[in-house]
Each structure stands twice: as structure tokens, then as C-alpha cells.
Design a protein. Sequence first.
Length: 154
Amino acid sequence: MKDRYMKSKILILLFIFIIILVFVGYTVYQYRTTIAKTQEINNEYRKYYNTQVQGNELISIINKTIDRNQKNGITKNEEGLFQENDTNSIKLYVKLQYQEDYTTVEMEKIAKGGIENFIKVYNSASFECTEITYHEKTNNIKTITFTEVVETED
């Protein structure tokens, strides 16, 4: 009888140990999956840093960023701009030359103004990714800024 009682205790402890092991393994798997996804997204944007893209490619980046924010459930304010959430929101800014200076436009305003209109005006314009910032909490991309490259006449 004592032998049977001892076996059942060992089996219960073994079962509890296996449950804990499965839980820890799943947690580590989830953590690594999240890190890999973060790195993938960051690398996707980081490849544009200090490189030039055409206006039509910039529109693709804007659409992808808007889609990513929507999938992540990022809320919008009363102006229709995505709000930062300290974890996975991405803000994309475009600095357009206006007379002698630059004006900064949010991606949502470009989308709201019409992708077709932007393409008509800036299809062949060049833009350089001049700034990337990251969320402190998660190291995910927080903001990315593209600046219109204006060719000067010599």
C-alpha cells in the first residue's frame, strides 16, 4: 500500500513538472517568435535608411505601414491620425519641399488626400529616409521620416 502511495506521488510530481516544462517552453517560444517578428519588421524599414526611393515606392511603404497599424489595432485620433502606443505603432512622415523650406506631412494625410494625387505629383520624385526612431519599451520602429531630395542646379 505504501509503495502504491509513493508511486502515485511520484507520478503527480512528474506530471506537474511536465506541465511546468511545457508552459516554460511555450513562453520561450512565444518570446522568440515576437523577437523574430520585431527584427523582421525593423529590418524591413531599416533597409531604407540613407537610401533613396521613388515616389511610387514611397506610396507602397505608406500603404504597408497603414495596413500594419490597422492590423495591430492602433487607434486614430479625431483628425484621423494613428496614435502612438509605446509598443507597436508606426508613424511615417514625409518632408516635402515647399518654397525654400520643408513641410512635414503625416502618412495618413497623404492617404486621405488621395494616393493617386500624390503619385501624379511625386511619382518620379526621390525621397531619402533620413530618420528612424524606436519605441523604448519594445525596440520596434516608432517613426520613420522620408525627405524629398531636391536636385540643385549647378
